[in-house]
Design a protein around this ligand. Structure first.
Ligand SMILES: Nc1nc2c(ncn2[C@@H]2O[C@H](COP(=O)(O)OP(=O)(O)OP(=O)(O)O)[C@@H](O)[C@H]2O)c(=O)[nH]1
Ligand SMILES: [Mg+2]
Ligand SMILES: [Zn+2]
Length: 303
């Protein structure tokens, strides 16, 4: 038998595109055993290939994962760039907050990218101030007007070396546009042109990892509208407070041991919201998620 190692950079129609150590990209299938074990090889997985199979290269092993996201579907992610538009479509902060909570729960660093800022500069500044206050690294960009694109590109090229990063966010927020502008020297530009739909939009269909010239991997991902905490087990109610980093110091210092930090008089978190130290929208997202998770497993509900 002959084995080699590689990184899954794309999956399409049951075919995996694996970047091998020698720099070659090969298309291969996965051994049936994964289906039995209910494991799907995923973009970002480091895999073992058996090249002696009669069908050519076959994925026969998946190396231990650091993490696995369902949406976007990615393994071993180090960093997530959450893209929120200033307008068109309307910014959806709750979805962004859900995504940031899932990332934090999985040990993934996050940054916020505000896109299409020129469409509504005031809104862009307002969103930027929310996430700055919540201690996120924030980039304000506009692909059409070429604002902030170089700075974001520099950050990825210099700061994300040896990492796997991804752009994520709702459909149409401008993820692929930013990718194309930042990595115009990669295969990305041609890839997106061929993904045109009948309506002439470049809707991204597959998660795909691209390697920058200095060894950072970054994924463009399909947009989504739903991060359904009722349907998927992203994390449990007990994990919620840890998923909102800026709440943690206040939660630790809250004088009530059984506090839910949602409405209690004298709660340290609520006082911080009132003083303007915690953005209200972030606290609202925390409360909304708490309600969903609380309802989900009523039998484990604390009295
Ligand atoms: N005005 C303006 N339009 C933009 C900007 N960035 C992207 N667009 C437009 O917004 C639309 C969607 O952009 P995409 O880059 O395809 O968005 P996406 O996030 O990749 O969308 P999905 O692949 O469906 O998830 C396209 O028509 C772009 O031309 C921007 O900065 N300003
Ligand atoms: Mg896209
Ligand atoms: Zn409290």
């Amino acid at each position: 038998m002959e084995y080699s190692e590689g990184l899954i950079v794309k999956e399409s129609g049951g075919l995996y595109y694996v970047l091998c150590k020698d720099g070659q990209k090969t298309a291969c299938r996965a051994k049936g055993i994964f289906r039995h074990e209910n494991i799907s090889p995923t973009v970002g997985d480091r895999v073992i290939l058996d090249s002696s199979d009669k069908d050519g290269h076959v994925i026969c092993g998946i190396k231990e994962r650091k993490n696995l996201l369902i949406r976007p579907s990615l393994a071993n992610l180090d960093r997530l760039f959450i893209v929120i538009p200033a307008a068109r479509p309307d910014p959806d902060l709750f979805t962004a907050d859900k995504l940031s909570a899932i990332a934090r729960h999985n040990g993934i660093k996050t940054a916020i990218v505000i896109s299409k800022c020129a469409l509504d500069l005031e809104k862009a500044a307002q969103i930027a101030s929310i996430y700055n206050k919540a201690n996120f690294k924030v980039f304000v960009t506009d692909g059409a007007e070429n604002i902030g694109v170089r700075e974001l590109g520099k950050y990825i090229k210099n700061g994300c070396r040896g990492e796997i990063s991804a752009f994520a966010g709702a459909s149409g927020v401008g993820k692929s546009t930013l990718m194309n502008l930042i990595f115009k020297d990669t295969a990305r530009a041609t890839a997106s042109v061929s993904e045109k739909t009948g309506r002439g939009r470049h809707t991204t269909r597959n998660v795909e990892l691209f390697e920058t010239e200095n060894g950072a991997f970054i994924a463009d991902t399909p947009g989504f509208t739903l991060l359904d905490f009722e349907k998927f087990d992203f994390f449990e109610l007990d994990d919620l407070t840890g998923a909102f980093a800026e709440l943690e110091p206040y939660i630790t210092s809250c004088k009530y041991t059984k506090c839910t930090h949602t409405k209690e008089e004298g709660c340290a978190v609520i006082d911080a919201v009132k003083r303007g130290e915690i953005p209200p929208s972030r606290h609202q997202s925390y409360i909304a998620l708490r309600e969903i998770l609380n309802k989900k497993h009523p039998w484990t509900k604390k009295q």
